[in-house]
Structure formats: structure tokens, C-alpha cells
Write a protein that binds this ligand. Sequence first.
Ligand code: ZN
Length: 277
Amino acid sequence: MTVRRAASLLLVAALAAGCSAGEPGPARPSTSASPSVAPSPTAAGRPLAGKVVVLDPGHQLGNRHHGAEIAAPVDAGGFEKECNTTGTSTEDGFPESTFTWRVAEQARRSLEGLGARVVLTRGSDSDEKWGPCVDERGRIGNPGRPGPTADLRISIHADGVTDGGASGFHVIRPERIDGWTDDIVRPSRRLAAAVRDALVDARFRPSSYRGVRGIDVRGDLGTLNLSDVPAVMVELGNMRDPGEAAVMESAAGQRRYARALVAGARAFLSAPGPRGR
Ligand code: ZN
């Protein structure tokens, strides 16, 4: 497990770097209608200052060269599951790993522009690397872990369903599992709705084959079960659907997906109520 340990150390180093977030400021976007009071530059330009977002771009390009490592069982929340998989691809061979990486990078830049601190669960899309495993992806950003504690986690994936006509996105929220997800079920439900609404607003269609109105509930995903902060996994579309594949392969499509995820995160973080919990 030397490689795994090295990967962990790299992640810890990455988490330790760039530690510049200050105290949380007023997080809501200013909507003051008063013409005589200008919004403060901080509130207006950095509405997510003080917020921490974990983005988890699914898989790693090099997983395909490390079958034994990614098949090794890890804790997935009271049961064991394989460390990871290779992910899927479009019919043209455009990998899920690369798609989710590009969307995550776009989203990271936007969120940072809004003042948020963003933690990625992997630092590259590299054919030389593999992992991390789902247990690590699910725990990064949890209270008590190295690095900042997250306000939310979005795990980014795309599906590979070969049934003809299967298309559209779905957002997966954690099922209630006592001792594992009972602490995050309610805010994760709110996060799922916010992300779903943002994807619809961005003209993406809810799944034709999974979930209800674009939202599914699962208890078998380590990434969600091990999270102690509000968490969802998004399957942004079906890479085997030719129309969706074309969107996913295009830079414009990737930007549109990223903008939607940012809008969903921002809506969740800006909503009144208990601090994401
Ligand atoms: Zn995936």
C-alpha cells in the first residue's frame, strides 16, 4: 500500500497548501434595493467567502492500469466495497475521469472567484495515477480530518448506460443509515434539490431512467455514506447517449455543467436556516 500512502500524503500536502480563507463574512449575496447604501465589496464580490466546498471528480484516468489496486476492498459505510472503478466513457472513448475533472476544474475556478475555498479529492487527471479510493473521497473535508472542514461535498460523475434512449442527469442523495448518514440526510436533501434545480435552470434534462424528477436516493455509495458534511453525487448525464456525449465532450458543455453545479452550491450555501446542517 505504499502507493496509497504516497497518494494520501500528497493529498494532505495539497490540503495544507493555499490555506488563506479568513473568518466567514456575510455570506449572502447583497440584494439590498436601497440606492443610498452601496453593498460592501466583500459581500458583493465574494459572497461565498468563508465557505469550503469539496469537489470530487469521479475516478482517475490511470485507474485502468491499476486493476488490482482499485479492486481492493475499502470501508463504504458499514460494509466493504471496491476502492474504485475505471469509470465509463463516451462511444468515442472520451473518459468519464477526464470529463469530471474538467467540470470540477471549471467549477473550482468559479467558486474561488466567489470567495469559496475549494478542495479537490484528486489533484490531476493523470494516466500515471490511480485513486483515491471511495472511502478517502468520502472523508476529505469531514470535521477532524486534515485540511478545512467543508460546508458541502459534490461528487461528480457521468453514467454509462447502454439502454437505448437512456439520458439525462440525476442527483443522488444519501439514504438514511443510522450511525452513518443520519446526521447529513436532511441538509443533503436540500443540497440535492438545489443542484437539481440549478441543472434544470441550465437546460439539462432530468434522467429518463433513474430517480424521481432528477433525484435518486442510495445507501450503497461509500462517498456519501462516509461524509459528515452535506453531500450529493451527480450523474451529469449518460455518456452513451450520443446527444449528451457531444455536450460532455465540448468545452462549452463542460462550462455549462460547471456553472450549474456552482449555482446549486451557491443556492444551498446562501439559503437561510441552520448552517448547512
Ligand atoms: Zn463514475
